[in-house]
Structure formats: structure tokens, C-alpha cells
Design a protein around this ligand. Structure first.
Ligand code: FE2
Length: 292
């Protein structure tokens, strides 16, 4: 069975101090103590922290965690990855404890982005406290979606579709190549591949349960002076209402609501990103732009 969903995101960042207000106060995730004393851990639901932020002299993507069904599926997928000529490494017991998972394997995709396939999340039975919103859409749709920069988009596409079992949902022709939107569950896309120098996390998205939750996040962005990147708009592929801000490290951070559930439609090519809105604002002077 292919990958189930986006499980977690681990980021190395320039300044952890700037991330706490961004994630806790703006996005609205729940800060919790975690096994890494110098890292910030945020819960979205009953899963282990889905976002882990660590200050580092070398900022960038630490790992994208994709959930798989169980030990047997992990073993099958690891052998497929190895057969594709990519070296994998099994997570040690200590590393599993840090991630609060039962098992995982790590490897780099063909563009050098670090991937971890994991199974058996260690669940929290203490209710998640989200004072700013009624909830995030997670469950079998996972944490949301990510877009990764890819030095070789075609080889990376072949890997995620041919080896890990993602489905191509749609594509978009860009001046530097083709951007692909790939799905593995009811989300229209869980993973996007962007043709650009990398490896790097270009973008991540989380979805709120209620439209008012997303609207209130827009208010908080204004109140907290979080730099806006794209105004409120509606995407042409996932039909989601959303807006984008810049993270403290320049990632395009999208908060959306009302993603259209994919119904195994044939793949298609879009020619615009938005039906309306999503007007772009460059990063403010002194702030980081998007990692390229
Ligand atoms: Fe997005």
C-alpha cells in the first residue's frame, strides 16, 4: 500500500524565538514539551507533534514525514526505494523515541529532500487545546500538504509516483519546467514538486475545519503583523479558500479551508493557480524571501 498521508514536518530554522509566536499565536497549533529540549514541538491533533522546529546554524528542511500503514508496509516500501537505487537508513530506537513513532526509515529523494517513512505514531490521549480555532483537518488526510523544490523534477516525479505510489492529480507548466501536484489520500494534493534549485521546503499548508477559523487566522495575521504573501483566494486545483503568509524563514505558509475532495478524476493541467485572489506581495524589506 502506498504512503497514507503527510504525517509531520521537521524544520531547522534561523531563530526559534521568531517561530513560537508564528506557530502558536498565528497558526494556532498547540505548543507542547517534547523529547528535544531545544526544539519547539506543536500538536495539531492526537498525533505526536506534527511540526518540530529546531534552531540551527544550517537552516532548512530537516525531514518530511509520510505515514505508512504498519511495519509490513514500511518494509515493502523500503525495499522498493532500495530497488530504485536509493540508500535508506532505519531509524534507531532513540530516533523513534524522539519522533514518538514505532518505526521509520530515512532517505533522500532524487532531488535531495530528506524523507522519513514512519508507522505507529504514539498517540496522545490528552485533548489537544486549540484556543484560536475549532480544529485542523487531519485524520486520514494527514497534516496538510507541502511543496518541495526539486533540482530534477522529472526524476523526482518518477520516484514519488513510480516507487512510493503517489498519484498525479494535476500539473502546471512553468518557465523553468513543470510543477506537479501529487496525491495519496482524499486531499487533492499532499505533495507538490516545484522545479527550482533545492533541496528546500518551498511551502506548507494546514487546513482549518471551519471557514471562520481561516477568517480569524487572517485577522490574526493582520493583528500580529505577519507578512502577507498572497491575499485571500481560491485555488484552481484543490478549490480551497486560503491565504499565504511568509514564515519567519520565508516559507510560503498557507492556511486554507474547504479543500475539494479528490474523486479519482483523470489528471489535468492548470494554467492559473487561482480562480480569484491570491494576489502576491513581495517579502517586506529585511525579511527573508522564499528559499530557492
Ligand atoms: Fe498550497
Amino acid at each position: 500500500m502506498p504512503v497514507l498521508s503527510l504525517g509531520y514536518l521537521r524544520l531547522n530554522v534561523e531563530s526559534a524565538e521568531r517561530w513560537n509566536p508564528f506557530v502558536r499565536d498565528f497558526i494556532g497549533m498547540m505548543p507542547v514539551d517534547g523529547p528535544l529540549p531545544d526544539s519547539l514541538h506543536y500538536r495539531m491533533d492526537h498525533y505526536p507533534p506534527r511540526l518540530v522546529v529546531t534552531e540551527s546554524a544550517v537552516p532548512g528542511l530537516d525531514a518530511v514525514g509520510f505515514e505508512v500503514l504498519n511495519r509490513s508496509d514500511l518494509k515493502d516500501l523500503v525495499s522498493r526505494v532500495e530497488s530504485a537505487g536509493i540508500e535508506t537508513r532505519a531509524g534507531t530506537a532513540e530516533e523513534c523515541a524522539l519522533r514518538q513513532v514505532t518505526g521509520f526509515a530515512a532517505f533522500d529523494d532524487p532531488s535531495g529532500n530528506r524523507v522519513e517513512l514512519f508507522y505507529g505514531p504514539v498517540l496522545s490521549h490528552r485533548r489537544v487545546e486549540l484556543p484560536h480555532l475549532s480544529g485542523f483537518v487531519t485524520g486520514d488526510q494527514g497534516m496538510g500538504h507541502v511543496i518541495l523544490n526539486c533540482v530534477d523534477t522529472e526524476a523526482t516525479y518518477e520516484f514519488y509516483v513510480g516507487v512510493l505510489g503517489f498519484a498525479e492529480r494535476n500539473s502546471l507548466a512553468l518557465p523553468g519546467g513543470t510543477s506537479y501536484f501529487l496525491g495519496c489520500n482524499a486531499r487533492q494534493h499532499t505533495l507538490g514538486l516545484n522545479p527550482a534549485a533545492g533541496p528546500a521546503l518551498l511551502h506548507f499548508m494546514v487546513e482549518t475545519v471551519d471557514l471562520d477559523d481561516m477568517g480569524k487566522a487572517l485577522d490574526r495575521a493582520h493583528d500580529l503583523e505577519v507578512p502577507m504573501m498572497q491575499s485571500l483566494g481560491k485555488h484552481t486545483n484543490d478549490r480551497m479558500l486560503s491565504f499565504y503568509t511568509y514564515s519567519p524563514d520565508g516559507h510560503a505558509t498557507e492556511i486554507g479551508c474547504g479543500e475539494r475532495i479528490e474523486d479519482a478524476a483523470p489528471t489535468y493541467r492548470i494554467t492559473e493557480g487561482a480562480v480569484w485572489g491570491h494576489r502576491y506581495t513581495p517579502p517586506p524589506a529585511g525579511a527573508k524571501g522564499l528559499p530557492q
